[in-house]
Ligand binder design. Structure first.
Ligand SMILES: *[C@@H]1O[C@H](CO)[C@@H](O)[C@H](O)[C@H]1NC(C)=O
Length: 125
C-alpha cells in the first residue's frame, strides 16, 4: 500500500478509537447569589488538583486524560460538607464532558449541561 494511504488509514483508525481523547469535568457553583464561596478539592490516585474557592456562578474545570482514574471531590460550604465521585471511569468514560451542578439541595450530574440527575447531598458538620 502507498505510504500516504497507509498514513490516512492510520489516522482514520486512530480517530475512530479516540486515541488520546480527554474528558472535561466541570463543577458549576449554582448556590444562591451572594452566598459564601464554596471550597472544593478533587484528587485521583495519581493527580492532586489544587484546592479552589468557587463563587456563585463559577465553573471550575479540569481535564481527565487517558489514565481515566476515579476522582474524589470534597466540598465545604458554610457549615456543610460533601464528598462525591467527580469522575468515575465506569460511569463517565464514554462522555465528552461531565457537568456537576452544585445547589443548596445537592449535587446534580449531567453530560450535556442541561439535563440533570441528583446524585448526592450536603451534610451538616
Ligand atoms: C452551561 O449552561 C449554562 C446555562 O445555560 C451556560 O451559561 C454555560 O455557558 C454552559 N457552560 C458550558 C461549558 O457549556
Amino acid at each position: 500500500m502507498p505510504t500516504l494511504s497507509r498514513f490516512l488509514l492510520f489516522v482514520f483508525i486512530a480517530s475512530s478509537f479516540k486515541i488520546g481523547s480527554s474528558i472535561e469535568v466541570h463543577v458549576i457553583n449554582a448556590l444562591p447569589r451572594g452566598s459564601a464561596p464554596m471550597e472544593i478539592r478533587c484528587n485521583s490516585r495519581s493527580t492532586n488538583l489544587d484546592a479552589k474557592q468557587l463563587k456563585s456562578g463559577d465553573d471550575y474545570r479540569w481535564i481527565v486524560q487517558k489514565e481515566r482514574a476515579t476522582y474524589l471531590c470534597a466540598a465545604l460550604w458554610v457549615n456543610k460538607i460533601a464528598s462525591w465521585h467527580g469522575f468515575q471511569p465506569r460511569r463517565d468514560a464514554n462522555q465528552k464532558s461531565v457537568f456537576w451542578l452544585v445547589k443548596e439541595n445537592g449535587f446534580f450530574l449531567g453530560f450535556d449541561n442541561s439535563s440533570w440527575v441528583k446524585k448526592s447531598t450536603w451534610e451538616s458538620e
